[in-house]
Design a protein around this ligand. Structure first.
Ligand SMILES: Cc1cc2nc3c(=O)[nH]c(=O)nc-3n(C[C@H](O)[C@H](O)[C@H](O)COP(=O)(O)OP(=O)(O)OC[C@H]3O[C@@H](n4cnc5c(N)ncnc54)[C@H](O)[C@@H]3O)c2cc1C
Length: 403
């Protein structure tokens, strides 16, 4: 009996689990699959800015999402990985338990980097799940006294958060501070539209300014100025958990496990990595973005490759093309930025209500994809899966066939 252990039940881990069982139906008596996740409900991370305004998000039970697919679900917190012993330590309520694996699928995702600037950890809220829940409690109080909300980060998460909160709490003085340009990865037309919506929602913008430190009521900028706040949200970059690094697995400076084209750790080939927690080593200058858009295809390909490995079949390299960047700008309008396969923007955009509608459809599509994959195994498809991609340029084609 072979044991496949999947760590993490986010977009990537869930898709990997479902695709793996789809491909191993004929072997179900010889394979034991376990998925471990911190919570027994699926977190729709792409909607956490909506949760911050108090909008109740739909609750999806992970055991239900995996029902009848021969996957054991364990709710617990992974505390350590011991790759040489092929085992993982998991805190389950008050007990520390050990799980053995033959193949590990590592899908522990990412969280906001709290250590890039002094003070984030102590004073800022983030868009991580627990912090978003706390924001929900504090924001109405700050809005009632027309306080100042400062959001640091002009990427897509910062933009979505600023517009969501400014629209929901019009009495807040909302201010977004960013090191680069607001929506730097968008086309000029896309950026122009973002500025238009920000102006409409009275969101003040401070572009091209770097934050040096944060204290209890102000952010200190590199140019010597300070910006006071009543409530601060840090929407900076993400890091993967430190568990892999602590286990001696080769990682980059964001704690992402370095993987080959088959999604296998380059230092520990019996560990497959899907979603935000992995980064391709083949082309370090062309990294793929930590995104739901990449996590689900990686999950599907990772699940297929683990099944292939178990059946001594050749593994398939991961290929992917970006299509769109979908940005909610509050509940009423949105921006759809069409992009080339390598994520660089085209001129074409969709805006307004249609933009909001397409964005909502894409959010729903992520959940539908997981549901459909359970009923119709193998149904989930993604752009560029076969054609070859324009992002990752593999230097070598090497296949590992033995566990
Ligand atoms: C506000 C916001 C909006 C976003 N919008 C978009 C968007 O529009 N489009 C897009 O493509 N991306 C978006 N993203 C990014 C996207 O959410 C992530 O890239 C995506 O969730 C990554 O999926 P994943 O499965 O790798 O990790 P996750 O979704 O983070 O899942 C990881 C899972 O592992 C669990 N876990 C972690 N550590 C442990 C542990 N030690 N023990 C047990 N369980 C553990 C977590 O609880 C979680 O369930 C957004 C992110 C945020 C915060």
């Amino acid at each position: 009996m072979k044991h496949v252990l999947i760590l993490g039940g986010g977009y990537a881990g869930m898709m990997a689990a479902l695709r793996l069982t789809a491909k191993l139906r004929a072997h179900k008596d010889d394979i034991h699959i376990t998925l471990i996740n911190a919570s027994d409900t699926f977190t729709e991370r792409i909607r956490l800015h909506q949760a911050a305004v108090g909008k109740p998000l739909p609750q999806y039970s992970i055991p239900k999402m995996l029902k009848k697919r021969n996957i054991q679900f364990i709710q617990g917190w992974v505390t350590a990985i011991e790759p040489n012993q092929h085992q993982v330590r998991v805190q389950i309520e008050k007990e520390l338990q050990t799980f053995h694996y033959d193949i590990l699928i590592y899908a522990l995702g990412s969280h906001t980097d709290l250590d890039s600037i002094p003070g984030i950890r102590d004073y800022a809220y983030t868009l991580d799940e627990k912090s978003a829940q706390k924001l929900k409690q504090h924001l109405p109080r700050i809005a009632a006294k027309s306080g100042t909300l400062v959001i640091c980060g002009g990427g897509l998460t910062g933009i979505e958060t600023a517009t969501e909160l400014a629209e929901h709490f019009p009495t807040l003085h909302t201010r977004l501070v960013t090191q680069g340009q607001l929506g730097g990865g968008l086309s000029p037309k896309g950026r122009k539209y973002i500025h238009k919506v920000f102006s409409k929602l009275n969101i003040q913008r401070d572009e091209q300014v770097s934050v040096r430190a944060i204290n209890h009521n102000a952010i200190l900028l590199d140019n010597g100025h300070t910006i006071s706040y009543d409530i601060l949200i840090w929407a900076g970059s993400f890091n993967a958990p430190e568990l892999a690094k602590q286990a001696g697995i080769t990682v980059n400076n964001k704690n992402q496990i370095l993987i080959d084209q088959y999604l296998r750790s380059i230092s520990h080939p019996d560990i497959f990595v899907v979603g935000d927690a992995g980064q391709f080593v083949s082309s370090p200058e062309a990294t793929i973005r930590m995104a739901c858009a990449t996590a689900m295809p990686m999950g599907a390909r990772g699940g297929e490759n683990v099944a292939a490995l178990i059946q001594s079949k050749p593994l398939t390299a991961f290929h992917f093309n970006y299509l769109l960047q979908c940005i909610s700008l509050g509940r009423r309008v949105g921006l759809i930025q069409f992009v080339h396969g390598d994520d660089t923007p085209k001129e074409r955009i969709l805006t307004g209500k249609i933009g909001a509608w397409v964005k909502e459809l894409i959010c729903r599509f992520t959940i539908w994809s997981l549901k459909i994959e359970r009923y119709f195994p193998g149904a989930y498809k993604w752009a560029g899966a076969k054609r070859g991609n324009q992002i990752i340029h593999y230097e070598h084609e090497k296949s590992y066939r033995n566990v």
